[in-house]
Design a protein around this ligand. Structure first.
Ligand code: SF4
Length: 299
């Protein structure tokens, strides 16, 4: 057990980061696909509590810490003055840290004043990881995201304007069979308006006990198979057009881990990767899926 608090998750790209728990759990906790926080209640932690953790962390980790991730699901809900004090306390204790990042809900970003976000940027917060999931209002409503397409766009644009690196998670398969076309096209068009620095793929998985599993069991959500998800990813990538951004496939749920590169230059190569899989005979596609899922391929 650590002598400081740790939350349950972080983005895959923050695997090497020191995790600082600024708040506990998720203030929304109602997304239909999500099982992370279960019945846990959201709470903010005081500056004093977090600083006490930082003092323990300084002793525990020493000077090897280079990057920091602020937990849990929406640290930006912390009042800006308090979050600014925490950021400054991190930099004071860990002056060698060159990147501080956090998750942020679009809903929160869309309601924060630009000047407050700029203050947080100036205090050392570099990047926000946003659970964009979809740019389609129909999909956002079905999965009960608690944000609209318009808020996703405003929140992402505001984060960018404040000077953060913006990383948006998109979830292939989230619209199911009924909404796959809208999910691909409208997600791409919303992201073209946001112009994030990163788009990260996190494939939809229907987890037992979640509202999404209930929708599926009631016949109201038809899950896409792996082939249909790759078809959707291809449509999404093609619709990004000339958007300049880094795309990453860094989540273990993704089938094609090779969908990573700098857009738009690498777009033809990424489309070819999808086409390569889609043109395989069905038996070979299934063999590929089985081998990949057992950890044997990283295409
Ligand atoms: S996906 Fe994010 S915002 Fe939605 S319930 Fe889970 S942690 Fe909260």
């Amino acid at each position: 057990m650590w002598p400081f608090e740790q939350g349950p998750i972080r983005p895959p790209s923050e695997a090497e980061s020191m995790l600082v728990r600024v708040s506990r759990n998720c203030p929304w906790n109602r997304c239909a696909f999500c099982s992370v926080y279960g019945g846990e209640t959201f709470s903010l932690r005081s500056v004093e509590e977090v600083v006490a953790d930082l003092d323990e962390m300084r002793d525990y980790y020493g000077p090897r810490v280079r990057t920091v991730f602020l937990q849990d699901a929406n640290a930006l809900l912390t009042p800006p003055d308090r979050l600014e004090a925490i950021l400054l306390a991190i930099r004071e204790r860990f002056p060698q840290v060159h990147r501080i990042t956090t998750y942020a809900r679009s809903h929160t970003l869309a309601h924060r004043q630009l000047a407050d976000l700029q203050r947080l940027r100036a205090a050392g917060l570099h990047r926000v990881h946003i659970g964009f999931e979809s740019g389609s209002d129909a999909v956002l409503k079905m999965i009960n995201k608690g944000t609209t397409r318009a808020q996703q766009i405003i929140g992402g644009q505001r984060a960018r304007e404040a000077g953060f690196q913006v990383s948006e998670y998109w979830m292939p398969g989230l619209g199911g069979a009924a909404l796959t076309a809208a999910h691909a096209a409208e997600s791409a068009s919303a992201l073209r308006e946001i112009r994030p620095h990163f788009i990260r793929l996190r494939t939809t998985a229907v987890i037992r006990g979640t509202p999404l599993a209930l929708l599926r069991d009631q016949g109201r959500f038809e899950e896409l198979d792996d082939v249909a998800k790759v078809r959707e990813i291809r449509a999404f990538l093609a619709a990004l057009g000339d958007l300049e951004c880094r795309i990453e496939s860094d989540h273990m749920l993704n089938l094609l881990m090779g969908i990573r590169g700098d857009l738009p230059d690498d777009l033809p190569q990424l489309l070819s990767l999808c086409d390569e899989f889609l043109s395989l005979p069905a038996a070979d596609q299934q063999r590929f899926v089985r081998t990949r899922r057992s950890g044997g391929i990283r295409l």
